[in-house]
Design a protein around this ligand. Structure first.
Ligand SMILES: [Mg+2]
Length: 311
């Protein structure tokens, strides 16, 4: 494991660094606080740091304060070395964000134990980060399709609608629904239905532009957000993904299944909020179903549905 060791006293630095290397640490030696700060600023900074308190330039606590201000991950575990054993000094050192301290002259055995404790905390923290990222994934992604889940896509919709309201960008959205999906489930069973949904999701994603967003809004219903798209551009993208889904049958263990999408597109209109936009896209989707499915319909009115305002 890599370790930064900052100590201005050359003799004790060399002595301790030799011990640390013997224990298997890869030691980066520096002789003042400024050098320590430079090392800790780099992207590949070691996660363990032993900082002498009194050093030319920045002292140990100051380096530590700055490191903590970066709020960086992974966490850097800081051990302060101090000749001052008075209690109030120790408190000040720990208030700088140091994790632990040792008084000089350093007891080698004690150092070994303290470093072990530090490593354990780093390992725990690493596990927590992994778990947090997994939870974040689970909280925002639809487990079946990997698309945004309903809550996440709705958050994105609210954010994009707010940007459109501020006049920053044009915006359109679309509701897409797999035609006769119930029939797929009834005829082939839900496992095959799941395979179909996964493949539809994959094809839709492949047809989108990088800044478009798509989420699973309901069972077989997708909500799409097209930032920077006026009505015509949105219809164009929607038409592309409709064709992409319909182009070739989906291969499943029960045979090839032809799947199509109906899509309703709604452009943002002055003053609309997320609910009004959704309502308009839903209305357009309903018309696409009425017109025989496997088609894209643009919300017809220049105004968004008035009744939506009451929602
Ligand atoms: Mg010193």
């Amino acid at each position: 494991m890599r370790l930064l060791f900052a100590e201005d006293d050359r003799v004790s630095r060399r002595r301790l660094a030799a011990v640390l290397r013997k224990w298997g640490y890869e030691v980066i030696e520096v002789q003042d606080g400024n050098q320590a700060w430079e090392v800790l600023l780099t992207a590949a900074a070691p996660q363990l740091a032993i900082l002498d308190w009194m050093m030319p330039g920045m002292d140990g606590p100051e380096v530590c304060r700055r490191v903590r201000q970066l709020r960086r991950e992974p966490y850097i575990y800081v051990l302060l070395l101090t000749a001052k054993a008075q209690k109030e000094d120790v408190v000040a050192g720990l208030e700088s964000g140091a994790d632990d301290y040792l008084t000089k002259p350093v007891d080698i055995h004690e150092l070994q134990v303290r470093l072990r404790a530090g490593r354990r905390i780093l390992e725990l923290q690493e596990k927590l980060i992994v778990m947090r990222e997994e939870l974040r994934m689970q909280a925002t992604r639809d487990a079946l399709t990997g698309l945004w889940n309903r809550a996440a896509i709705f958050d994105l919709l609210r954010r994009e609608t707010a940007r459109a309201q501020r006049g920053e960008i044009p915006l359109s959205i679309a509701m897409a629904d797999v035609d006769h999906f119930k029939r797929v489930n009834d005829v082939y069973g839900h496992l095959i239905g799941d395979i179909v949904l996964q493949e539809v999701a994959r094809r839709v994603q492949a047809a989108l532009r990088p800044y478009d967003e798509v989420g699973r809004y309901g069972g077989e219903e997708l909500l799409l957000i097209f930032p920077q798209c006026n009505a015509q551009q949105a219809v164009h993208v929607a038409e592309r993904l409709r064709r992409r889904v319909a182009a070739t049958p989906i291969v499943t263990p029960e045979g090839e299944i032809v799947v199509t999408l109906s899509v309703g597109v709604a452009p943002y209109g002055g003053g609309a909020d997320a609910q009004m936009l959704l309502r308009a896209a839903d209305e357009a989707l309903y018309r696409a179903k009425q017109q025989g499915r496997n088609c894209v319909v643009l919300y017809p009115g220049p105004q968004l549905p008035a009744e939506a305002a009451a929602l």
